[in-house]
Design a protein around this ligand. Structure first.
Ligand code: SAM
Length: 233
């Protein structure tokens, strides 16, 4: 269970109404039972149910069962698409261990708005689901050109472009452990202007994900898999 509360030896953790409903109503837990907790910072802790009611409850941390496991320093930048597919991208990025998930607005981005809080909640659920101890941050929608204006020069960028047939990720020259980012475009792809700028960036690596044009959500998963195979852990 994800909680927004510090975890440590003997730490008491109060539950919200929703959490109490889930643990005591849905999961049918009661006083004396144990629950695994994480907060994205302190690893995983086994806790005892000390108080349980319909409206709340109290858990008491017993022992740490996992240390905090930080993912590799990988950002996923993607242009938001339809709601369900955007949700999918965020969920899969959190499962695959992206450290930061960044929706970006490009020239051909279909969606002008996102619900950052909803997407962050999806990232929490995905981390819960795969037994992670870290939750990636989902940032607010930002314009791609602004993000590039403020780009940290030491971060490599895997620019996924279907027009770049046959370019595999060439990594020999890159040291392991370097910060990276992956960029996936919208349904309409990148404009010529964007493509030109992206290709000229000294830290950009233009990469093909194969001879077929993938949907953006498929491309995001394929790119993260390719990156992980080459560089991740
Ligand atoms: N411009 C295309 C069009 O309208 O025909 C489609 C873009 S594709 C649906 C969405 C994004 O997925 C692209 O901008 C790119 O980042 C990524 N992508 C899809 N297929 C790819 C491939 N074979 N190689 C590299 N990137 C790909």
């Amino acid at each position: 269970l994800y909680v927004e509360h510090p975890l440590g030896p003997g730490q008491s953790v109060p539950l919200t109404r929703e959490q109490a409903h889930y643990l005591f109503g849905v999961m049918r837990l009661s006083v004396g039972r144990q629950v695994a907790l994480f907060n994205g910072q302190d690893g995983e802790w086994l806790s005892d149910v000390a108080e349980a009611s319909k409206r709340g409850g109290l858990l008491s941390c017993a022992e740490q069962t996992k240390p905090l496991q930080l993912p590799p320093d990988l950002w996923l930048l993607f242009a938001p698409i339809k709601k369900a597919r955007t949700d999918f991208i965020v969920e899969k990025a959190a499962e695959m261990g992206a450290a930061r998930i960044m929706p970006v607005q490009t020239g051909f981005t279909n969606s002008e708005r996102i619900r950052q809080d909803r997407l962050q909640a999806h990232a929490v659920e995905a981390a819960e689901q795969c037994g992670g101890t870290f939750v990636p941050e989902v940032t607010e929608l930002q314009r791609l050109d602004r993000v590039l204006d403020a780009w940290p020069e030491d971060r490599q960028l895997m620019f996924c472009d279907e027009a770049e047939v046959g370019s595999a990720l060439r990594l020999a020259e890159n040291e392991p452990g370097q910060p990276w980012a992956i960029l996936i475009g919208p349904e309409g792809g990148f404009s010529d202007h964007e493509r030109k700028r992206l290709k000229a960036l000294p830290y950009a690596h233009v990469v093909s994900l194969g001879p077929r044009i993938l949907r953006a959500d498929t491309a995001a998963v394929a790119a993260m898999t390719m990156w992980q195979q080459a560089l991740g852990d």
